[in-house]
Write a protein that binds this ligand. Structure first.
Ligand code: NAP
Length: 247
């Protein structure tokens, strides 16, 4: 249980990849803050799973695009476990449209959550991570941030923006010994890809050398490495977890 005693805040962790990360870290002994925006019941289920595995977890409602709400997230973390050692900026949304059809509101909404949420949460937990022994910032980007994707100009721009942000914070953190990295998943089996038509999914899978979508556990295992002290010489990197999609 080498995550024992490490306090990890995972945004958007009631469902999908975030939940996989929360349950993985929690079951290895971390104190986990399960942030959710609307999925209260699912967040409680994640807490129950962590506790059943012997870990400690609490829920914290907060829309990451709202600075005041993120302040509440920080307070919940501090009250339950003290300062955070690890922040995983996972909360993300899509609002897909072919570019000429994309509204300014759809652009802003995706920026507000994916980039604005990362800004708000990183700022709120910056001092915690700076001061932590082996502090870690882990941002969940996407292969779409590297390759682009039809109908996702807003999402691709946001996910790409995470790379520059992460490298910059990595430089700042380096002076204090903490690290910042991105994980860039390929297509992962969660609600986010639920609406993708089967024929499109089949086409996507046929382009993946490992011939399957990622499961949340594939992503959580890499985050778990980055969250541990074993990754202390890895910083400013983008770790691809995509079954070889970009080969
Ligand atoms: P998902 O199943 O749609 O879950 C998204 C999570 O984000 C939910 O728990 C949701 O919380 C939370 N969330 C959304 N907006 C939020 C906000 N404003 N404040 C707080 N939480 C918010 O998505 P996923 O597939 O697990 O994706 C997780 C991350 O991985 C995202 O950043 C996504 O871009 C990235 N990613 C996903 C894939 C993929 O193929 N699935 C691939 C590459 C990267 P509530 O349910 O409480 O609203």
């Amino acid at each position: 249980m080498s995550m024992e005693g490490r306090t990890c805040v995972i945004t958007g962790s009631a469902r999908g990849i975030g939940r996989g990360i929360a349950e993985h870290l929690g079951s290895e002994g971390a104190n986990v803050v399960v942030n959710y925006r609307s999925s209260e019941e699912a967040a409680q289920e994640a807490v129950d799973t962590v506790e059943a595995a012997g870990g400690n977890a609490v829920t914290a409602q907060a829309d990451v695009s709202d600075r005041e709400a993120v302040e509440h997230l920080r307070e919940v973390c501090h009250e339950a476990f003290g300062p955070a050692d690890v922040l995983v900026n996972n909360a993300g949304i899509t609002a897909d449209k072919q570019f000429t059809e994309m509204s300014r509101e759809e652009w802003d909404r995706v920026m507000d959550v994916n980039l604005g949420g990362m800004f708000n949460c990183t700022q709120a937990f910056y001092d915690d991570i700076w001061n932590a022994e082996e502090g870690r910032l882990i941002n969940i980007s996407s292969i779409v941030g590297k390759q682009g994707n039809f109908g996702q100009a807003n999402y691709a721009a946001a996910k790409s923006g995470m790379f520059g942000f992460t490298r910059t914070i990595a430089l700042e953190f380096a002076q204090g010994g903490s690290t910042a990295n991105c994980v860039a998943p390929g297509f992962t089996r969660t609600d986010m890809v639920e609406d993708v038509p089967d024929e499109v999914l089949d086409r996507i899978i046929s382009g993946i050398p490992l011939e399957r979508l990622a499961e949340v556990e594939d992503i959580a295992a890499v985050v778990r490495f980055l969250a541990s002290e074993k990754s202390s010489y890895v910083t400013g990197e983008v770790i691809d977890v995509n079954g070889g999609m970009d080969l």
